[in-house]
Write a protein that binds this ligand. Structure first.
Ligand SMILES: Cc1cc2nc3c(=O)[nH]c(=O)nc-3n(C[C@H](O)[C@H](O)[C@H](O)COP(=O)(O)OP(=O)(O)OC[C@H]3O[C@@H](n4cnc5c(N)ncnc54)[C@H](O)[C@@H]3O)c2cc1C
Length: 891
């Protein structure tokens, strides 16, 4: 039975002469609303689209200012759902103008006969959920109402222009225009004195064209933006050829890419490239004129590392200085307050060169803020500038503005969305909100939206939503609602993703900073289009995880939980490993495992440079052992950390944990000596422990020769190396030295018991498996020896040991024995701090270049080592992201 018929017997609240009854009401007739209507119709839902504008187009209906264009290449920024449509439309330019995109959307509306179900000039003013009828009642500016089972807000991320924050606008006697609401009739600027306020995308696109017409143009800039030349013209032949060679595969790659445009993942990191190579890469990107390319393809760390980003930002500032002749103007136009890419960079056509014109003036509002707008012009702290026209290019109340403008949106139990979002938007997947059944948002806050090619994101959202509605109809469900658990989990995942990128270091419209009083936080999903798509698919394959589904004749379904509990980069690593379908490591045998690890290490990027790396040998417990020493670039002597690599006592060498040692050497300013202890099965228990102890003793005795500080050393190790470090501390205490001032134990093996919860919960799926641990133990240690404290330090005497920092990871079989060791140390009176890293797995902290979210943990480890050495913590910009908290355990 069609939903519309069900609705006619619905509760009184949803009835009325002027109330249109539909299955689905969509608000907005832009890219999203048009595709929604097409899909809903095909799926047999009665639907209506309500649109404030007089025609279709959304963004492209309203933004008619001079120079308005897309900044994602048009071959990518278009619908892909119908190959026939793709064949039927030819774009004329690399970046189409607003009129062409508007014509395209009109063409789409005609082709699928969409206008007959769109009510134009109709603004939705309020929406109320009727729990009894399980329907939404929408109020409009015309007084007519719409009753619908499902309410889909396709209201746009950039459709609510931000009102000017300046006094006196109404006093101005000249003409006033807003880029986001530009008139349909021609605006004549020739011979006029024009002011443009704002230098975001709209300002940067329009300023060169306005300058060409105006008698004089004054640009008022508060925050400079990075702008890159668009080099508009025909679509680049190489991209067109790539698309034409296999259109379906090109589109599919876009869907699974990070930004919605098929570019590969960049692998070279900034510090591996010479200055000349980096400059050459930028010059190539500059010549290409491609926003996604320059945002993703220069070097792998450009968007995630402060230093890697600064190298790029410096080169772009150089370009600005090369173009703008007046040094003061060039300096004012050069952004220094945000990392490149953390605020949307703009594509321009002659933007910077426009400031070389004698009839263009830049007013730097950081130096002379606007005080008011007067009848004749604009008054700053320093002067009054008379103008005939003011153009406000002041941007949008992005992502939430259009949603919140429908007020109130009243959900279950009378909850108002504005109350629920008072401290910032809360959503599940950016699509739904707990407490607001049957309400969907397309590209809502919490989805990749403005950080992506939105054509791709919109199609994914629309498909996901309509597919869910079809599935619900088939199963007899009539209401769907996100759970609070799922929503809170998504907020956590959003925050985890945000720590990965540099968006958190900028105040932008992505974070709500451009609107006074708006709650602050990174609103778009920063984890990427492809990962987001796979998460949405996983929600479905896990029985609609995080949603409650109800219907009159079916049992309630609610598979509650959080869809992503891993850190986002850990998830990517584990997915990648799963895709490789590797055999179990233990099936390779000891030598096979060593060969595999050596091959893996060879393909891995080199770690970051340190002052010096020296290979040497030292006397072990029974013959020479290799070591590698990492010396900081700072003047010595430095404190020394003796380090033991991981590898289950079976494999690994100084190369295995090389990036980790380099990273820790740089962060701590200490010498790291990574010891090549001997391995099982050739050298079984207690060889590794005895080698570790002997090496520590020798290093302590030769500290001065190694360039280290005299006095106690520190020990550190990961996994089996953590075991050796812990055992070394016990041996040093019992054998009269050397003196050890602290132990850093990262995911250490501490005990021979395999029945702790973490062994069961994380037995498979997190790379270090339970069966791999069994194999390690079997190769290293006979059952009779396993309770010996030299391999199970948890069973040893713990009093009098050096202070400790113990790191455990949530998804690690070894987690609970690490926690147990920290607790036992504390109980024995040893000062100990424990960091339980949420969402991490056994290898998170040593995969330095891959698991970026491990940075915060490594910062804390470095702090701990510096504390052990009596030094204050060291901080660098970017370290202050959301940090897991270590806990000081009381005895
Ligand atoms: C100048 C400019 C250039 C851009 N270039 C690109 C680009 O190159 N690539 C890219 O990916 N993205 C770009 N964007 C982002 C752009 O917003 C999206 O790509 C896309 O057009 C959004 O489509 P939409 O249907 O989601 O929303 P919109 O196109 O914004 O449409 C939303 C519609 O909802 C209507 N509406 C809102 N509230 C109500 C209400 N209460 N009642 C009735 N109607 C309502 C609005 O009138 C509007 O027509 C650009 C944006 C701008 C402003």
């Amino acid at each position: 039975m069609p939903e519309a018929m069900v609705a006619s017997s619905a509760s009184e609240a949803t009835r009325g002469a002027a109330t249109q009854q539909v299955d689905v009401a969509v608000v907005g007739a832009g890219f999203a609303g048009l595709y929604l209507l097409h899909r809903l119709r095909k799926a047999g839902f009665t639907s209506v689209v309500l649109e404030e504008a007089a025609d279709v187009g959304g963004t492209w209906y309203w933004n008619r200012y001079p120079g308005a264009r897309c900044d994602i290449q048009t071959i990518d920024y278009a619908y892909t759902f119908d190959p026939e449509l793709e064949r039927a439309w030819q774009w004329s330019e690399k970046y189409a103008t607003q009129p062409e995109i508007l014509r395209y959307l009109g063409f789409v509306a005609d082709r699928y006969d969409l206008r007959r179900d769109i009510r134009f000039r109709t603004r939705i003013t309020a929406a109320t959920w009727d729990q009894t009828a399980e329907r939404w009642l929408l109020a409009t500016n015309s007084g007519a109402t719409v009753s619908c089972r499902y309410y889909i807000m396709a209201t746009g991320c950039l459709s609510s222009p931000k009102p000017p924050e300046i006094d006196g606008v109404s006093d101005f006697k000249g003409e006033v225009y807003f880029t986001g609401r530009w008139p349909h009739e021609e605006v004549k600027l020739a011979g006029k004195r024009v002011a443009v306020i704002g230098t975001g995308s709209s300002g940067i696109q329009s300023i060169p064209l306005i300058a060409e017409q105006a008698a004089h143009l004054t640009v008022f800039q508060r925050t400079p933006n990075f702008a890159l030349p668009a080099h508009n013209g025909p679509a680049p032949a190489d991209r067109v050829a790539l698309l034409e060679s296999d259109r379906a595969s090109y589109r599919e790659q876009a869907r699974w890419s990070l930004a919605g445009v098929p570019w590969p993942q960049q692998t070279a990191v900034s510090w591996q490239l010479s200055d000349a190579e980096r400059r050459q890469r930028l010059d190539e990107a500059w010549a290409k004129g491609d926003l996604v390319y320059i945002l993703t393809q220069l070097w792998a760390d450009q968007a995630v590392d402060v230093d890697g980003n600064a190298l790029l930002a410096d080169l772009i500032r150089e370009k600005i200085r090369e173009t703008v002749k007046d040094p003061e103007t060039a300096a004012a136009l050069s952004p220094h307050d945000h990392p490149f890419g953390a605020k949307r960079p703009c594509l321009d056509t002659s933007y910077y060169a426009t400031y070389n014109r004698p009839d263009v003036t830049l007013v730097n509002l950081r130096q002379e803020p606007i005080r008011s707008i007067t009848a004749s012009g604009i008054k700053t702290d320093k002067r009054t500038l008379d103008v005939d026209v003011i153009v406000f290019a002041t941007g949008f109340d992005a992502m939430t503005g259009a949603i919140m403008a429908v007020h109130p949106i009243t959900g279950r139990g009378g909850k108002s969305l504005s109350d629920v979002w008072a401290n910032g938007p809360q959503t599940y997947l950016g699509l739904t909100v707990a407490g607001f059944p049957n309400l969907f948002m397309i590209t809502g806050p919490g989805s990749p939206s403005v950080l992506s090619n939105m054509a791709v994101s919109i199609e994914q959202h629309v498909d996901w939503v309509v597919d869910r509605l079809i599935a619900m109809r088939e199963a007899g469900f009539t209401a769907i609602e996100a759970t609070e658990t799922a929503q809170a989990g998504w907020a956590q995942h959003m925050a985890d993703c945000a720590t990965l990128t540099l968006h958190r270091l900028a105040n932008t419209w992505y974070t709500g900073a451009n609107v006074p009083g708006k709650a602050q936080g990174v609103m778009p999903y920063t984890g990427g289009v492809g990962p987001y798509r796979s998460i949405c698919n996983e929600v479905v394959s896990h029985d609609m995880l995080g949603f409650k589904l109800t219907g009159p004749n079916v049992a309630e379904q609610c598979n509650d939980g959080e869809i992503v509990r891993l850190q986002p980069d850990v998830r990517l690593v584990l997915n990648m490993l799963a895709d490789m379908k590797l055999p179990p490591i233990e099936s390779l045998g000891a030598q096979g495992t060593r060969d595999f690890v050596a091959e893996f290490n060879a393909s891995r990027p080199a770690g970051r440079p340190v002052g010096e790396v020296v290979d040497g040998t030292l006397p072990g417990s029974d013959g020479p052992l290799p070591y590698r020493l990492y010396r900081p670039a700072t003047p010595g002597p430095h404190p020394i950390v003796v380090y033991f690599h991981g590898g289950g006592w079976v494999f690994g060498d100084q190369q295995t944990d090389d990036p980790f040692c380099r990273d820790m050497c740089r962060r701590t300013g200490m010498i790291f000596v990574s010891v090549g202890y001997r391995h099982a099965p050739e050298h079984r228990f207690p060889t590794a422990a005895e080698d570790g102890y002997a090496a520590t003793r020798w290093i302590a005795e030769h500290a001065a020769d190694l360039g280290g500080k005299l006095g106690p050393v520190m020990v550190a190790g990961w996994s089996a190396g953590g075991n050796i470090a812990a055992v070394t501390c016990q041996l040093a205490r019992d054998r009269g030295g050397p003196q050890i001032s602290g132990q850093l134990l990262v995911c250490p093996v501490t005990d021979c018991t395999f029945d702790r919860t973490s062994y069961n919960d994380n037995a498979t799926g997190y790379f270090l498996t339970r069966s791999l641990m069994y194999w390690f133990w079997d190769l290293y240690c006979s059952p009779a020896d396993r309770t010996d404290p030299r391999v199970s330090p948890l069973r040893g005497k713990l009093e009098g040991l050096p202070q400790a920092f113990v790191v455990t990871c949530e998804f690690d079989p070894l987690r609970d024995e690490g926690v147990a060791y920290a607790e036992a140390l504390a109980a024995a009176g040893v000062p100990v701090e424990q960091l339980n890293a949420r969402g991490h797995f056994h290898s998170s902290f040593t995969m330095v270049d891959v698991v970026i979210t491990g940075v915060s943990g490594r910062v804390q480890m470095a702090d701990a080592l510096r504390r052990f050495a009596g030094l204050p913590p060291e901080r660098k910009e970017g370290d202050e992201g959301v940090r897991p908290r270590s806990v000081r355990l009381a005895a």
